[in-house]
Design a protein around this ligand. Structure first.
Ligand code: GSH
Length: 227
């Protein structure tokens, strides 16, 4: 298998965790990314494979796929063991909804913090305006943390056993922490869940790779990974 992946691409790293959790070997092809140019220039193979021009793109033999969620569902169908989704349809659907919540709902306020890893603009007014928007987004993220805290109360994982939902939500929580978002301290069940996941080899490996990429590519973020 080949995975076209970005060094700081939340969605690519989500797929990498799933591949490691399933014990699948793959060749990782890193596409160009910088904090000033974003994903430009685009890798021609990604442009050919994905009409959105985005990573991740997975190539497995004759099959080429894009979109992290579609890729995770394919990996589950093609390589079912160890399972990353519950067996029962209702539980499986709940697990998928949590994935949508992470990728499409949690991502919205997270995007507003992303300027923090870019070089500080010369125009101070732009930075102040970006930070004002970020300060409005932080309580929204804390609200998501509060919902997850309730969901995780008395449970080790989001869907019963460890699942793809944990991977997707972990990525959103990890990026919130990386971008100086709200502390996990007021959310003990969420903090304990995050601690359990980051001890898993697949998660630890990806967290180290993201930290290495940040050291190389990103501006330091005040308050990143606070308690
Ligand atoms: N829904 C897609 C989102 C993929 C996505 O947003 N990829 C970003 C990197 S994290 C990207 O390639 N951005 C470049 C662009 O949109 O031009 C997924 O789950 O894979």
């Amino acid at each position: 298998m080949k995975l076209y992946s970005g060094a700081l691409s939340l969605f690519s790293r989500k797929v990498e965790i799933a591949l490691y959790e399933k014990g699948l070997s793959f060749e990782r092809i890193q596409v160009p990314f910088s904090q000033t140019q974003g994903y430009s220039p685009k890798d021609p193979a990604v442009l050919a494979a994905n009409p959105k021009g985005q990573v991740p793109v997975l190539v497995d033999d004759s099959l080429t796929l894009y979109d992290s969620t579609v890729i995770l569902e394919y990996l589950e169908d093609a390589y079912p063991s160890p399972a990353l989704y519950p067996q029962q349809p209702e539980e499986r659907a709940r697990c998928r909804l949590i994935d949508v919540f992470a990728d499409e709902v949690m991502l919205v306020p997270l995007r507003v913090l992303m300027h923090r890893t870019e070089p500080r603009p010369k125009d101070e007014a732009r930075w102040i305006a970006n930070e004002a928007r970020a300060k409005d987004a932080e309580p929204v993220i804390a609200g998501h943390f509060g919902k997850l805290e309730d969901d995780l109360s008395g449970k080790p994982f989001l869907c019963g056993a460890f699942s793809a939902a944990d991977i997707s939500v972990f990525m959103a929580v990890h990026y919130a922490r990386r971008l100086g978002g709200p502390s996990l301290k007021p959310f003990p069940a969420l903090a304990a869940w995050y601690g359990r996941l980051i001890e898993r080899p697949a998660f630890a490996r990806v967290a180290v790779a993201i930290a290495d990429a940040d050291r190389e590519l990103s501006a330091p973020v005040e308050g990143a990974f606070r308690d």
